[in-house]
Design a protein around this ligand. Structure first.
Ligand code: GLY
Ligand code: MN
Ligand code: MN
Length: 457
């Protein structure tokens, strides 16, 4: 089954080049003064239990600037002589450790294959960095990631020695560089878009395979295994966030990840699952009837959400505010629910954030940035003003309607009890209009009814 599906995947894109990483580093340092030092640490391992760790995933900022994914590393940029120099502190080569844990690129591997000017073993971090900080004025450093580094930076700022007294040198400010990096990451390069297209295509096929496997009596975790199994089979590193696989009333819980129930014939299943490829996320939600045939009630709700999603995608135009898709989706959802008699307010009243009834059934936002993080870096309202969409920005479009009959806070209409529908695609903003990166994933009622329960032809 997976082998056949794999034939529909395009070739893997080329990895991002060393030249492009250097260009990203240059765009970063262009914003610094020559007496600034920039430091970026890889996050620590996360413990699963006792001596077992979660698979290691480094920081998206580090991937963005270097492509380096090894743990226990620190990346530094400083100005020396006439140019910015990039340095990576890495785990030392260690045969015994490598026998147990895997090969390490070491200093050699770092400088020969990655966009770094020089590399040191990480046991030299303190000696080297404290020297470099002596002459720095501002240190760009995000606290709370690496306790040792936090201490080192703090002590450099506090140091009161002769050099400081004589020459007035030494860091006077520590700034978090996250905002600067977020601004760079917000507009994707063509290489980043290629990685995202591949990630999106893997996830699209995975969702279609889950549709084909759906039948009464299948469990949520079995459908999860089809999706995540294909992610791995296709060469993605795994999921970009824990998969949400909920049928029946579970589909009305926005971030349900228990995934343990049996799917009934009359239920809708909602699957929100995305792959990660070379660090880049995809994020797709599809909802379908387990039986392969929408009931009239399910069809009514599905069509409204689909219409809302299409209207929202259409609003993803250069020059529109990032809130335009949300506004477009909400209008279509409100009109639809008024038509069905679920809401007995005017459209304007229904949309009101305080007293409107739409938020009873649609309580989340329509979009978020997507890239190296599924909820990607980038301020939505810089200085309080909503961001204007520009070419290269990527965002999700994910309206939904959720009729949780279990909820004590609302009177759920009997006809729609426990129907939860969300439809989510990933959209690239271009000068020629929105490009849906996840367009291969079926979403019309006709396509879904043709595919659900039917193995690959
Ligand atoms: N999967 C989380 C989200 O859609 O935002
Ligand atoms: Mn999303
Ligand atoms: Mn999602």
């Amino acid at each position: 089954m997976f082998a056949e599906a794999l034939t529909r995947l395009p070739q893997r894109p080329d990895p991002t080049t060393v030249e492009e990483y250097i260009e990203r580093q240059t765009r970063l340092t262009n914003q610094f003064r020559q007496d600034d030092v920039f430091i970026l640490a890889s996050p620590p391992h996360a413990v699963h239990s006792n001596d077992v760790e979660y698979p290691y995933r480094t920081s998206s900022d580090l991937i963005y600037l270097t492509g380096w994914t090894e743990p226990e590393s620190v990346f530094v940029m400083r100005y020396v002589g006439e140019a910015w120099v990039s340095t990576l502190f890495v785990q030392p080569k260690d045969t015994l450790k490598e026998i147990w844990e895997g090969r390490r690129p070491g200093v050699e591997g770092a400088t020969s294959e990655f966009a770094v000017g020089e590399a040191y073993n990480n046991d030299e971090l303190e000696d080297q960095l404290s020297k470099w900080l002596t002459d720095a004025r501002r240190v760009f450093h995000r606290g709370g990631v690496h306790a040792g580094l936090d201490r080192l930076v703090e002590s450099a700022v506090r140091r009161r020695d002769r050099a400081r007294q004589h020459f007035g040198t030494g860091p006077v400010a520590v700034e978090d560089p996250s905002g600067i990096l977020a601004e760079l990451r917000l507009r994707k390069s063509s290489s980043e878009i290629e990685q995202m297209v591949f990630s999106s295509k893997v996830a699209s096929i995975a969702h279609e395979l889950a549709m084909r496997h759906s039948r009464s009596g299948i469990t949520e975790y079995q459908l999860q295994s089809v999706i995540e199994g294909f992610f791995s089979y296709a060469g993605a590193s795994g999921w970009s966030y824990p998969s949400i696989v909920g049928c029946g009333e579970n589909a009305t819980i926005l971030h349900y990840t228990t995934n343990q129930d049996v799917c009934g014939d009359d239920e809708v299943i909602l699957i929100d699952a995305g792959a990660e490829f070379r660090g880049y996320a995809s994020d797709i939600t599809r909802s379908w009837p387990i039986s392969g045939k929408f009931t009239d009630a399910q069809r009514e709700i599905y069509q409204i959400v689909l219409d809302a999603q299409i209207a929202a995608i259409e609003a993803c135009q250069v020059g529109n505010l990032y809130t335009a898709p949300h506004d477009a989706a909400r209008i279509v959802l409100a009109e639809g629910l008024i038509r069905l008699g679920v809401i007995s307010q005017s459209v304007e009243e229904a949309l009101d954030m305080e007293h409107g009834d739409l938020k009873k059934w649609y309580m989340h936002n329509t979009s978020h940035w997507i890239g190296l993080d599924v909820h990607d870096a980038g301020v939505y309202k810089p200085g309080g003003t909503p961001r204007v969409l520009e070419p290269g920005m990527c965002l999700t479009v994910e309206p939904g309607l959720y009729f949780g009959a279990w909820r004590p806070d609302v009177d759920c209409p009997e006809r729609y009890a426990n129907i939860g529908i969300r439809i989510e695609d990933d959209v690239l903003i271009t000068a020629d209009g929105p490009v849906v990166l996840t367009a291969d994933c079926p979403k019309t009622i006709e396509d879904i009814e043709r595919i659900v329960g039917h193995d690959l032809e």
